[in-house]
Every structure is written in structure tokens, then in C-alpha cells.
Design a protein around this ligand. Structure first.
Ligand code: MBD
Ligand code: FE
Length: 307
């Protein structure tokens, strides 16, 4: 058995003292810490060689399946980062604004852009699932409307699948960017999303099964909301009534991010929306916080798909 000091000495001897070329100090710090923590876990849990190699094979498989982002969501790593960001905001005295929640692994950049109104669905499921109108405003924390705010929206189809990742859907189906109009408003006509479930034979569900956990998310709609001079907001609403609303495998549902879909079946209301069949309606407003110095940016870099 090695104690932590012996572990740290060994890790340093192998990964720090051996450096002969310029060092990235930050990466070195993180690698040394993570390797030390791993050695410590091997000691504490008496992890066998077979278990260790199985673990590495698992990451190979998860990476090849492009499921590491999904795994990060499922193990709560992404939600944990939100909790840390909330704490940093509170410490900096930032209050108000729509709560943040995880981006998830399924955003695609480059969606079609319009002002005020957008139709998000390609019409292929119109007869299969209810139409959904989403309406809302973007305001600052003082209640002033923000015109020209960029509202990026993406969600799943009737099978819980997202275009681009699901090649059976048309390009950018259920993905749009709307700029708020002179009233600070955005309107999106789309179809009711159905909750996501991890691929049952996939690498993420494999681990969830070992943990006795399900891999389901409630019906939800993702957003990036941004405007010059304001902090970028990454969030979602999750829809009331879904059995997974407060049992989300990715922990994204939060107070303030629950939306109620109401039924619109009154003919004068229907005609206001140029529709001749009943539909669902959700109002979801946003409040953006002014950009401030000395606080970590809410802009998160990462390798995102751009189609
Ligand atoms: C999703 O749709 C999602 O939002 C997350 C966080 C993970 C998997 C699928
Ligand atoms: Fe999602």
C-alpha cells in the first residue's frame, strides 16, 4: 500500500521530473492531480488490473461512439458545473436572470436565422404529434425589453431524436435562431418534443445499467439566449406533466425552468395563429443579466458540430 505522499512522489518522478521540453504548467498541474487521484482510488478500492483495463476499454468505446458528452450529462458532471457557476455568480453578487441549465451534447451551430417568428419543424410530423407555439420575451433584469436578442432553440422530434445526429431528419429540423422583434419578442411554431432516452445498447446506458439508473430525460426545449452587453444564457425549459420532469437522468430540470403547455382549441384563438386544428402553447420569457467584469464568462468553449 502507498500513502498519498508516496503516490505524489511517484507521480512527480514519472511525469514532472522527466520533462526535458517546455511544459504547459496548467495541463501538468491537472494531469498530475488526476493521475494521483486515480492511483489513490486504485489503492483505496483495491482496483484490479482487469478492472483498470476494462475501464480504459470503456473510454475507448464511449469515445468511438461519440458518447462522452452524454456520459458527462448522465453522471451529473455537467449539472455539477452549473452548480459551480451559480456559486461563482452568487459570490460575485450577481442575482436575478433566468436560471442556467446544461447545454447537453446535441447542439449544432449554423441553424437558419429569422426575426420575430420562426417555423422550426419541416412538416413531416404535423399529422402525428401536436403543433406547439412557443412565445416569449427577452428582457433585462430591470424589465426593459431587449430587441435583437439572439434566441437559439433546439429540441427533439416525436421519437426523442435530434436532427443531424439522427440522419433520418432533414437538415436543421427543429433547430432555429430567432432574433427578438421591436417588442423584444420571439415566436416559434414547432411540434411537441418528446423526451430523450439514451441509446439502449450504447456506452452511457451500459454504465447507467450498472448503477441501476434509467437514461431518460423529460420533454424539453434547449436555448442559448444572447445579446451584446449581456451574459450568454444556456438553458432549457422542461415540460410539466412528463413523468421524468423531476427524475431527469441529466439533472437539468430546475425551479424556474418548468413550462406548462396549455391546450388551445378555441376557434378564434386558433385563427389568430393561422391554424385550423387545436395546438399546444407555451410562454417562456427570458431575463438576461448584464455583462460584468471580474466574473468568469458564461461563454463555454468546446468542440461543437457546425453543419
Ligand atoms: C438530450 O436531449 C439532452 O438534452 C441531454 C442533456 C443529454 C442527452 C440528450
Ligand atoms: Fe436535449
Amino acid at each position: 500500500m502507498m500513502n498519498r505522499q508516496q503516490i505524489d512522489t511517484l507521480v512527480k518522478k514519472m511525469n514532472v521530473d522527466t520533462a526535458t521540453n517546455p511544459v504547459d504548467a496548467r495541463i501538468q498541474q491537472i494531469v498530475v492531480r488526476l493521475v494521483g487521484d486515480l492511483f489513490q482510488a486504485i489503492e483505496d478500492l483495491d482496483i484490479s488490473q482487469t478492472e483498470l483495463w476494462k475501464g480504459l476499454e470503456y473510454f475507448t468505446d464511449a469515445g468511438q461512439a461519440n458518447e462522452l458528452g452524454l456520459l458527462a450529462a448522465g453522471l451529473g458532471l455537467e449539472h455539477y458545473l452549473d452548480l459551480r457557476a451559480d456559486e461563482a455568480d452568487a459570490k460575485a453578487g450577481i442575482t436575478g436572470g433566468t436560471p442556467r441549465t446544461i447545454e447537453g451534447p446535441l447542439y449544432v451551430a449554423g441553424a437558419p436565422e429569422s426575426v420575430g417568428f420562426t417555423r422550426m419543424d419541416d412538416g413531416s410530423e404535423t399529422d402525428k404529434i401536436p403543433t406547439l407555439f412557443i412565445e416569449g420575451t427577452v428582457k433585462d433584469t430591470q424589465g426593459n425589453i431587449i430587441e435583437g436578442a439572439k434566441v437559439e432553440i433546439w429540441h427533439a422530434n416525436s421519437l426523442g431524436n435530434y436532427s443531424f445526429f439522427d440522419k433520418s431528419q432533414s437538415d436543421f429540423n427543429l433547430r432555429r435562431t430567432v432574433l427578438t422583434d421591436t417588442e423584444g419578442q420571439y415566436v416559434a411554431q414547432t411540434t411537441m418534443p418528446v423526451g430523450y432516452g439514451c441509446p439502449p445498447q450504447g456506452t452511457t446506458q451500459f454504465v447507467l445499467d450498472k448503477l441501476g439508473r434509467h437514461g431518460n430525460r423529460p420533454s424539453h426545449v434547449h436555448y442559448f439566449v444572447s445579446a451584446p452587453g449581456y451574459r450568454k444564457l444556456t438553458t432549457q425549459f422542461n415540460i410539466e406533466g412528463d413523468k421524468y420532469l423531476w427524475d431527469d437522468f441529466a439533472f437539468a430540470t430546475r425551479d424556474g425552468l418548468v413550462a406548462t403547455a396549455t391546450d388551445v382549441d378555441d376557434s378564434t384563438e386558433m385563427s389568430k395563429f393561422n391554424l385550423d386544428k387545436p395546438f399546444k402553447h407555451i410562454t417562456f420569457n427570458f431575463e438576461l443579466v448584464k455583462e460584468v467584469d471580474q466574473v468568469p464568462s458564461t461563454e463555454v468553449d468546446g468542440r461543437r458540430v457546425s453543419a
